[in-house]
Design a protein around this ligand. Structure first.
Ligand code: PHE
Length: 357
């Protein structure tokens, strides 16, 4: 755009134009500026049009192009600012500065660990003194780790595409449906050294995925903490003692555990573990639906096949494993009625959960 043909006062106004637009704190100010630059009478644009009429013939084309270019740029900027100001008016906030130098400065909110992460951290802290270390596995798993290595039969319903997210383009790849595949990975990796290590103990917190519709108690992504111990002559009493200790450490001395027989292909015997309701202490409340107990874990003694698949001799070694539902536990402890609150990250919720201050 050749501005040298224009009178110097208009070129000067143009060079300050963008700043002037940005400085308009409300629509009135912007409309005044608009009148000044592009209004019908007496504006910079109107004066330029007059100039064009009286310009010598051979300059008309070039001058016309320069004028049009300027006018378009001005209109564009004003339109943009106008929609910004209208939007902020709707939100009820003013872009105008209401700065009061006598007030203390606003303290920036600072972030903190998410409540679900904090619960998982606490569980890790409870188990660390017992000799457990933390393991991680990939969220994108193979059928071999998620099912085969866990003694889950070919025709088990959990393998169906109605429950499991499979990657269409990658045969045998899926989003892990539980943290138990970490058992398979860790057992395989440590099998050659198990004698030297004298056993295996670990905790594996992480995300898992299932094809569940989103509702107050379901989400297609949630968290589990897997725990596993392999040693000599490990029995249900070890499992029960360990979980009772952990739940007391987590929820207080009144917490207790109770085992109900259940079935998972990778443990034998298998059980579901209830914790005495930490809210009512067992007398019955809304959270435990009057029963005094809440189910938060699946557990059992490691199935010999799981050890065998990983290259560990089940006649020498035995163990227990458990998987805890993190959201379920967090909901119970915090009396949060809707699981979705944990994922929406509304700062008011996080703050109420003590995650922000
Ligand atoms: N993986 C099981 C589940 O997701 C829980 C579990 C873990 C059960 C370990 C037994 C042993 O439901």
């Amino acid at each position: 755009m050749d501005l040298t043909l224009l009178p110097p006062d208009i070129t000067a106004a143009h060079s300050g134009f963008e700043l002037a637009v940005a400085a308009c704190a409300d629509l009135d100010a912007l409309m005044r500026l608009k009148g000044e630059f592009t209004g019908r009478d007496g504006s910079h644009a109107a004066r330029m049009m007059d100039l064009l009429k009286t310009a010598p013939k051979e300059q008309k084309r070039e001058l016309g192009a320069a004028i049009n270019g300027l006018k378009n740029a001005w209109e564009e900027s004003i339109k943009k600012r106008q929609s910004e100001l209208e939007a902020s008016k709707k939100r009820g906030t003013s872009l105008a500065s209401s700065w009061d130098p006598d007030l203390p400065p606003p303290m920036p909110a600072h972030g903190a660990r998410h409540p679900l992460n904090r619960l998982m951290d606490r569980l890790v802290d409870v188990f660390r003194p017992l000799g457990y270390h933390v393991e991680e596995g990939p969220e994108t798993e193979t059928e071999a780790h998620n099912f085969d290595g866990l003694n889950i039969p070919e025709d088990h319903p959990a393998r169906g595409s109605a429950d499991t997210f499979y990657f269409a383009a990658h045969e045998g790849k899926l989003l892990r449906t539980h943290t138990s595949p970490v058992q398979v990975r860790v057992l395989k990796r440590l099998a050659p050294d198990i004698e030297k290590l004298g056993g295996i103990r670990f905790l594996a917190p992480g995300r898992v995925y299932r094809k569940d519709e989103i509702d107050p108690t379901h989400s297609p992504m949630f968290h589990q903490v897997e725990g596993m111990l392999v040693g000599h002559n490990i029995g249900m009493h070890h499992l029960k003692g360990t979980l009772a200790y952990a739940m007391k450490a987590l929820f207080g001395p009144a917490a207790d555990v109770r085992f109900r027989p259940s079935y998972f292909p990778f443990v034998e015997p298998g059980c579901e573990v209830d914790v005495r309701c930490p809210l009512c202490g067992g007398s019955g409340c809304r959270v435990c639906k009057g029963s005094g107990w809440v189910e938060i874990l699946g557990a059992g003694l490691v199935h010999p096949n799981v050890l065998r698949f990983a290259g560990i001799d089940p006649t020498i070694w035995s163990g227990f494993a458990f998987g805890m539902g993190v959201e379920r536990t967090a909901m119970m402890v915090s009396q949060t009625p809707d699981l979705r609150l944990f994922f929406e990250n509304d700062q008011r919720f996080l703050k109420a959960m003590g995650g922000l201050d």
